[in-house]
Design a protein around this ligand. Structure first.
Ligand SMILES: [Mn+2]
Length: 278
């Protein structure tokens, strides 16, 4: 078995689109407001980190690249200053991949890109969103299309009862009020009930983790979850749902400190292990 290592690409185990089961693509979109810019480099640094970590998984005792047919299909270039066009491109890509039974794995980029993916999901799909923030504002900095507003738009598509938020710990009073109608931080039993047998799209904003283990994010927020806690929930989601796609967003480079992108790559490997190897 040959692997195709190239730090510009996510590690791939097949050469052609036709053979692939998992299609990885990046969307190098930066935050609309440059408080802590750099999420446009997210896809690049996650790909580099993914080439660095071991494809062999001790828990499953399997080599991910031998077991799962992965192909990096490149980037979707965001259109600067034109969120709608960027979202349309993502929607089209996700729809196309799901139709031909491939698993879309999107690397961000700021969290707005997840709205494009949600638009491309089949009817009845649910969303599980790991995030420090509600992302439920109606408008932010004069725009309805930002990382702070995307989930509000997403809920308009899938419905309030089809969204589960894990890890939110900051937001304004209006988001907080709105969030009372959706499933937030469920216990294991309720999370199992929510995902069981359903098509689930998983979106992981890296700021859900505590900044001590994931400092390289667009909007760090103290008091986040740890790796083991995340993994336990992830395992249950993968075991009980029919995972239809995923993204990992909001990673940004911090020079020599590469722990955030290594964590991002690691959790992607874990999802692929739980979902496709078991
Ligand atoms: Mn977010």
């Amino acid at each position: 078995m040959e692997y195709y290592y190239n730090t510009n690409l996510f590690p791939s185990s097949v050469e052609s689109y036709k053979e692939a089961k998992v299609a990885v693509f990046g969307v190098p979109l930066d935050s609309t407001v440059d408080y802590l810019p750099g999420t446009r480099f997210g896809p690049k640094i996650i790909r580099e980190a993914a080439n660095f970590i071991e494809p062999f998984d001790i828990e499953s005792e399997k080599n991910l690249l031998e077991e799962v047919k992965i192909l990096d299909v490149g980037d979707i270039s965001p259109i600067r200053g034109n969120a709608q066009e960027t979202l349309e491109k993502i929607e089209k890509k996700v729809k196309e991949l799901i139709e031909i039974k491939k698993f879309p794995l999107m690397l961000g980029g700021e969290h707005l890109i997840s709205l494009g993916a949600v638009r491309g999901l089949p009817k009845g799909s649910k969303i599980v969103c790991f995030d420090a923030h509600y992302d439920l504002k109606e408008v932010w900095e004069g725009s309805e299309y930002t990382h702070n507003t995307w989930l509000r738009k997403g809920i308009k598509i899938v419905g309030k009862n089809k969204v589960c938020l894990i890890g939110p710990r900051t937001g304004d009073e209006f988001e907080h009020e709105f969030s009372k109608d959706i499933l937030v931080n469920p216990n294991f039993k309720n999370l199992e009930k929510f995902v069981k047998g359903r098509y689930v799209y998983l979106t992981v904003d890296m700021d859900v983790f505590d900044p001590s283990i994931a400092p390289g994010v667009g909007t760090p927020e103290p008091g986040g979850i740890g790796y083991q806690d995340f993994i336990e929930k992830l395992k249950m989601i993968c075991n009980y749902s029919n995972l239809i796609g995923m993204d990992v967003v909001e990673t940004r480079p911090l020079g020599e400190n590469k722990i955030t992108e290594i964590l991002a790559a690691k959790i992607i490997f874990k999802v692929l292990n739980y979902e496709f190897i078991g």
